[in-house]
Design a protein. Sequence first.
Length: 228
Amino acid sequence: MEKYTNRFSRTLAGIAIASVLALSLGRAPVMAADHTPPPLHNANEYPCFETHKAEHVSIAVDPFDTKDKEKFFRFDYISIGFMPIRFIVQNDSDASLDLNEARILFVTQYGDRINGATLDDLDRAGGSLKLHQPGNVTPLPFPFPSKPSDKHIKAINDDYDQLGYSAVTVAPHTTASGFLWYDVSGLEKPELKGAQMYIRLVRTTDSKGNMKELFNFNIPFDKYLQMQ
């Protein structure tokens, strides 16, 4: 049975695999950057987007699938099998968009649906790096050494809070964006081949409070891969 998710409710799928991958790397993947994401563009300027002309709504997704592209994050998510994907919702209509119950799923080439990671998912995978990590001991007597996982979890929490997608309402003629993280550790590489983002239960609410559900969005990643 499929279990859906949004920004606030996501699954624990694949954490064991991600943890094993992280341990095999033998290093602490905390990034050094100014933590400013690339400038935001109109949704139709990204390789992966879909526009519903009748509703005047466009959604784009931008995968951060390489270490170079994700270097502004505080943490190296690719090293633990998680792919950050930027989610952009452009509302050119006169009505508000409601994403409170939106389902934003990564669908593999085989049709498997992957829910976005929760903060607990990311913390658990990142925290596992405290095992077998050399060079992380602070000399006594003071200050007491901090666990490598403390640094990793703080980096992850700061990224999630400051960069994660959180807009459940998108006002008319505005754009909302942020990052979602997906556990792709068990997928064949390239993970984006034949995959797509599937978004449903996006609703529009007019000035009178009337609500209407938009048609589903199906956004393939193939065009993005072709441009690499």
